[in-house]
Write a protein that binds this ligand. Sequence first.
Ligand code: TK8
Length: 343
Amino acid sequence: MKRFFIITLTLFLVLSLVTACGSSKQGADSTDKNQSKAEKIVIKVGHGNPESNAIHQGWVKFKELVEEKSNGNMEVKIYPNGQLGGDRELIEALQMGNITMGSPSSAPLASFDKEFFVLDIPFMFKDREAAYKALDGEAGKELLKTLESFNIKGLAFMENGFRNLTNSRNPVKTPEDLDGLKIRTMENEIHLSAWSKLGANPTPMAFGELFTALQQKTVDGQENPFELIYSVKFHEVQKYISKTQHIYSPYVIIINKDFYANLSDENKEIINECVTEATNYQRELAKAKDMESEEAIKEAGVEVIELSDTEKGMFKEKLVPLYDEVKKKSGEKIVELFINATK
Ligand code: TK8
């Protein structure tokens, strides 16, 4: 009995050794199947918005298209909601290759690449079409190219939208109503300067901290497009929304430059095509959601304030010196390209 036991034990040990060697050997040789698994290209996307937002839906569209067109050789993993960081951290992570792609707002990107300040010229685009024309044309392409010295490749502009001022203190129709109003801005010097010139008391803050800041009245107000305001429930902690539409805010679709450079021509082509298709899809959705959200916000009881041309003019007038400030930062060339594109 004892002998039988020893033989069984020895057999068991020998067998497990053989299996162990076998499996490690298999790992080293790698069959075809293993190889294609090892070669699967994973694209890690990080962004700061909720899953209900058009920008997230744009990424989902991109994922579906890329995975289909590459026959599953490329896989897109999306990390929404700022779970990997806010815009500034995400841009840094992308530069280092810790994430592959992202869609920060253009304003925080300007702290890295000064030419992006051009998009902070207030009231530059009269409507969406004017924005698309400039951003998709030569001006936008030149601007995206400037990202290359930061190890970033710029691919396209999706849409956040025209920004509106919200606050919990008083209705705002003219700059006078802004006196001392504590406003959160994106992390961007031109935005800070603009709100100071208008008489408010601006403070930069990451988007992820904003809801609590509004709720606890650390700040009185903030500015964002209707869709984002509604989806993150800012309307529940704000009383007034003025349709200032002071700036058109794009999301810049960016990819780590080294990662992109190392892709095969075929895969580069897939990425480019899918970004274009997803951008068209996303813009349509963003536009529809912007209008729906405005209605929903009104229904929720927030006062939506229309501004007449004269009232808007009062904001514009105070912001005239901003042109020179932007030019100094971004350089005249890119400003001229954009101004010409809007003519
Ligand atoms: C989300 C931000 C947001 C922007 C802001 O990460 O910070 O106000 O409008 O959309 O990019």
